[in-house]
Ligand binder design. Structure first.
Ligand SMILES: Cc1cc2nc3c(=O)[nH]c(=O)nc-3n(C[C@H](O)[C@H](O)[C@H](O)COP(=O)(O)OP(=O)(O)OC[C@H]3O[C@@H](n4cnc5c(N)ncnc54)[C@H](O)[C@@H]3O)c2cc1C
Length: 407
């Protein structure tokens, strides 16, 4: 059997391990435009904060692929797909035939219209800042660039108050830098927290020295003789900064397969990680999967899901049988010493048997979203000891949550 895996990060790496377990002698080729072996994106902000070194980011050493008997084509982009001929075309002109193909191309940082050209998002990451002073945070190169600029004392503006923006603000604060977090929404973490949790965390960040400005829109990058000088807001005011980091979310990198397989926001897959075309699989941030309630499909964009989906895809590609049990949206982070976890559905509509239950002690906060008799979502701040049991309850169907949270 001839396997090709495009993208070797959380999903691609687990897939290739699963393939090798079931098919030790199959022909496996992995392709990734990154020039170095797979690394952890989850650790990028830890690296920026100085908690781990650059070498600690790598998940495998250079020798790994050779030891597994896998042909690794690193530093090469896959540019085209021919599903009828079962071929993948590479940027350097090579063409790879496959029997089974895994698309594990992940996601790229969203680039807003005001962000100057110069590569931002082009390789999934943020692009060069030497010229533009503007970057995203998706790749190791982005992280190295941000850390270097921060250590050189360049004032940093972070645009976007989602999980990556907040994690970066925390990392920079740990490094001794005072970052400014510019958030378009009225509150930070608006997609992954409820209002109360956002406000607790926002106040905490401010107490720790992060400047947070919510409800502001960036119009353009302010430039001067020495490059980036800050950003111009929609009210015309200018905020000074020498490095602008855009953290406006991510979008699945579907371009390789778009037009060939069914794509909504991500590449649509079944629980077996099969796309709409036979023998083409997708896993990780690029994939859009059924949710755990079987009520819709979602792009999940978290490492544990990518890794699990990769394993499922690899197993099925190599003739085994495995199923992903569905996306349960989840977020967990440490906000400068205050833990935060959210999962599942965060809004309780006014009608249809929904309600929410909350309790707050100081800055410790718990809220459950209940549909009928079942817990379907939760937000925890400060004390997150119950996050595991609540998640298990949601996965079991949501009943019995009263016992889980009993004081
Ligand atoms: C700063 C940061 C912090 C994060 N923190 C957390 C966290 O705390 N917890 C958590 O669960 N998740 C976190 N995430 C998200 C997590 O990193 C992703 O969910 C995970 O990396 C997805 O893995 P993946 O394999 O699907 O894709 P990716 O990691 O995006 O990898 C895709 C790979 O495909 C390659 N590729 C893409 N297109 C092509 C092509 N055409 N040809 C060749 N190669 C290609 C890319 O070079 C890349 O190596 C974080 C992400 C970032 C950026």
């Amino acid at each position: 059997m001839n396997y090709v895996v495009v993208g070797v990060s959380a999903a691609g790496l687990s897939a290739l391990r699963a393939i090798r377990e079931l098919d030790p002698h199959g022909d496996v080729t992995v392709v990734d435009e990154e020039t170095r072996p797979a690394y952890s994106r989850v650790l990028l902000t830890h690296y920026i904060a100085g908690r781990v070194g650059e070498r600690d980011l790598f998940l495998v050493e250079e020798e790994f692929y050779r030891r597994c008997g896998v042909r690794a084509l690193l530093g090469v982009r896959a540019t085209g797909l021919d599903p009828d001929g079962r071929q993948v075309h590479l940027a350097d002109g090579r063409v790879l035939g496959y029997d089974r193909l895994l698309v594990a191309t992940g996601a790229r940082a969203v680039v807003p219209a005001w962000s100057p050209p110069g590569g931002a998002g082009d390789r999934g990451g943020g692009g060069e800042t030497g010229e533009t002073g503007v970057t995203g945070l998706r790749t190791r190169e982005d992280a190295v660039r941000i850390r270097k600029a921060a250590l050189a004392g360049r004032p940093v503006l972070i645009v976007g108050g989602g999980p990556v923006g907040v994690k970066l603000a925390c990392a920079l604060r740990e490094l001794g830098v005072i970052p400014t977090l510019l958030v378009g929404s009225p509150r930070i973490l608006s997609q992954v927290a409820d209002r109360e949790a956002s406000l607790i965390l926002e106040r905490h960040l401010a107490r720790c020295g992060v400047r947070v400005r919510c409800g502001v829109e960036v119009r353009e990058v302010a430039r001067g003789p020495h490059g980036t000088e800050g950003v111009v807001l929609s009210d015309g005011s200018v905020l000074p900064g020498r490095l602008v980091v855009v953290c406006k979310g991510v979008e699945p990198r579907t371009e390789l397969v778009g037009g060939h397989v069914a794509v909504r926001r991500g590449v649509l897959v079944s629980g077996a990680m099969r796309t709409s075309v036979p023998d083409i699989y997708a896993a990780g941030d690029v994939a859009e999967c059924p949710d755990i309630w079987g009520e819709g499909t979602r792009v999940s964009a978290i490492w544990p899901h990518a890794s699990r989906q990769g394993r499922v895809a690899g197993t099925n590609m190599a003739g085994g049988r495995d199923l992903f049990d569905g996306v349960l949206p989840r977020n967990a982070m440490d906000v400068l010493g205050t833990p935060f976890v959210s999962m599942g559905v965060l809004d309780a509509p006014a009608e249809g048997g929904w309600r929410s239950v909350s309790r707050r002690r100081g800055d410790s906060y718990l809220r459950l979203v209940i549909r009928g008799d079942s817990v379907v979502g939760a937000v925890l701040v400060g004390c997150v000891r119950l996050a595991g049991p609540i998640q298990a309850a949601i996965r079991r169907g949501g009943r019995g949550w009263e016992e889980v949270v009993a004081p």
